[in-house]
Ligand binder design. Structure first.
Ligand SMILES: [Zn+2]
Length: 322
């Protein structure tokens, strides 16, 4: 039985930082003002968290679309709450402007000329956009989603305002500082003697299966969360938990922590309210699911996700005992 954490080649989308976030300088309000006044400053645009992109002749999105400050103020967009994403090549500052769903109607057809606007999941699935652009779009989406829910202070209820180029919000009344958060969740390949535990959740499309996942709760460490979620959802008892890899998942702002553990038995006791179906699947069957050649049409998540990386790692013999 394999006891060492396996080395697994990363195949999911990872944040390949194409920009310098300038964490040591963005706290300086004067420096941010200077970046906003930079003649080459670029602005990404989100409308209801969908990304403005450039598409090719076949209408496939191939790149993030960026704007100048003049182009955006020209359509009367308010740039007061822009978020600084970082410095691109030659220290050109990149910001994101996010228009909430409630504001879209006010702009109407003016916005059409700025699009198309595409959801990040679709961009990743299309496979046309370079990984570093997808990572930048993920950063922009996660920050925009956080700002959209932090208008008021969780401590006293007063209004908050953006600080540090959008990397903090401060309460106007009590001064409480609020920072962008990532919500950790575990996602785990549970194996047993050469088979992988796959589940079908209520929210999944028909014939779609994936590895189990769940949020890290207060008081959990990663290992406890993996054991607890596997037990709660499938009633499966597992041995040692091994960390494999992680992935930011900006829907809205999660961090997926990918793990592997060998089950101590193959007994499944489902909590059907959480998980209607779970079963042990052989390597041959998982390989067919990945290849799209499963006889019953069963599918697994696409390559953009860490779930796919874990499932492929099992199929190729890099995860789990024989
Ligand atoms: Zn407050």
């Amino acid at each position: 039985m394999q006891t060492q954490p396996p080395s697994i080649v990363m195949q999911h989308i990872r944040p390949q930082l194409s920009i310098d976030r300038a964490g040591g300088r963005r706290g300086d309000a004067a420096w941010i003002e200077g970046m906003l006044a930079h003649p080459q400053a670029r602005y990404l645009l989100l409308a209801d968290l969908k990304q403005a992109v450039v598409s090719d002749a076949e209408d496939r999105a191939a790149a993030l679309r960026s704007f100048t400050a003049g182009e955006l103020t020209g359509i009367r967009l308010d740039l007061a709450d822009v978020v600084f994403l970082g410095l691109a090549e030659q220290d050109v500052p990149v910001f994101v402007v996010a228009l909430g769903a409630h504001l879209l109607a006010a702009f109407g057809s003016v916005l059409e000329g700025c699009g198309p606007f595409v959801e990040l999941r679709s961009l990743a699935l299309q496979g046309q956009m370079p990984p570093e652009e997808l990572a930048l779009a993920g950063q922009a989406r996660a920050l925009a989603a956080w700002h959209a829910t932090q208008r008021c202070c969780g401590k006293c209820g007063a209004r908050t305002r953006s600080r540090e180029g959008g990397w903090r919000r401060d309460c106007r009344a009590c001064g409480q500082m609020h920072f962008p958060r990532s919500d950790p969740a575990v996602i785990m390949a549970i194996t047993h003697q050469g088979r992988l535990l796959l589940g079908h959740e209520h929210r999944f499309p028909d014939k779609f299966y994936s590895v189990l996942a769940g949020f890290v709760e207060p008081g959990d460490d990663i290992e406890t969360a993996v054991c607890r979620e596997t037990m709660e959802e499938a009633g499966v008892v597992i041995g040692a938990v091994h960390y494999i890899a992680s992935q930011p998942w900006p829907f809205p702002h999660q961090l997926m922590v990918g793990c592997w553990a060998e089950a101590l038995s193959d007994t499944i006791t489902l909590d059907v309210a959480e998980l209607p179906e779970a079963r042990w699947v052989s390597r041959d069957e998982v390989t067919a699911m990945l290849a799209g050649s499963h006889p019953l049409g069963h599918k697994v998540p696409p390559p953009l996700s860490i779930a796919h990386t874990l499932i492929r790692g099992f199929a190729e013999g890099r995860l789990g005992a024989e």
